[in-house]
Design a protein around this ligand. Sequence first.
Ligand code: TXA
Ligand code: MG
Length: 332
Amino acid sequence: MSSTSRILSPEEANLERCARHLEAGELVGVPTETVYGLAGDASREDAVRKIFTVKGRPLIDPLIVHVPSLEAARKYAALNPAAEALAARFWPGPLTLVLPKKAIIPDIVTAGLPSVAIRCPAHPVFRALLERLDFPVAAPSANPFSYISPTTAAHVDLHLGHKIAATLDGGECQHGVESTIVDLRTPETPAILRYGPISPESISETLGSPVRLPAKTNQRSAQAAPGTLEKHYSPRTRVTLLEHGSAHDRIFELLSGNQTALILNRRPDRDHPTGAVYWLSEDGNLAEQAKHLYSLLHRLDAMDFKEIFIEAAVDEGLGRSINDRLKRAAAK
Ligand code: TXA
Ligand code: MG
């Protein structure tokens, strides 16, 4: 098969082909509004095992189960009133809920945990596929373990295309960062497990109660056992994080080594060397920065830079989700 024929446009016949691949226990790259997913039948242990193998992901890292509706979610997880409230407001969308799991979900999906992470995605192409299936879909981000998440079908195809049945093309992902994960196992003490497109404030507001925030990335890394350190979302090229607002005055200095690239939050006002200075948005818009981050890292990682400097986002709103990913990308 040629490399281009592995990417399928989202027409009826191709949705049907992908549904058949999944029914046969094979894997398909799928678009979501956050990042592309590596999809397999969540009710089949053999298909789920393939997901771990293809990603090179350790079996101790559980997967998110994707469903087309709230009704479907009820078949696989025990929903509580807090979950109902968040689902009513944010589904379909970039929100994953961790809830007590039902027995129908195989243990391999949840790495043996009694809870399951469940999400009803908004992307119309993925939804059209999910609606054709009578099983839920397990889908981690479709990147090799610890590499940058994919935001286009081409990213998926480049790294995993030779190992999967096909990738469904749904265009560039709208958000560009993974879903917000909320732990609702004990609904009285909701906790954000991962920052994402939906802010802790809007979760808290919907629930009418405070939510616990994730521990700071560096604290968590320091506590993690050796070998389980949270290096994640990383390009092969070395990444160094710069404080927000500290880069614009130092552009020439930072690039004096000649083999370095610089990624800014917004277009620089002043003169800069061409070919090595990039920006994630024109004017500092956070949604735009999130949307472009992974794809710019994919692009620069394919070039010959020795080091990539990235300016941190402002530490508020979606900027916290971006900075969470940047700290991991820069983790040594
Ligand atoms: O936006 C997204 O969530 C994307 C798209 C494809 O839906 N998926 C995604 O999956 O980011 P993945 O596998 O890259 O990240 C899933 C995260 C992991 O950090 C995992 O530890 C956590 O979800 N997770 C899954 N099941 C869990 C559980 N039962 N309890 C706590 N965390 C869980
Ligand atoms: Mg991932």
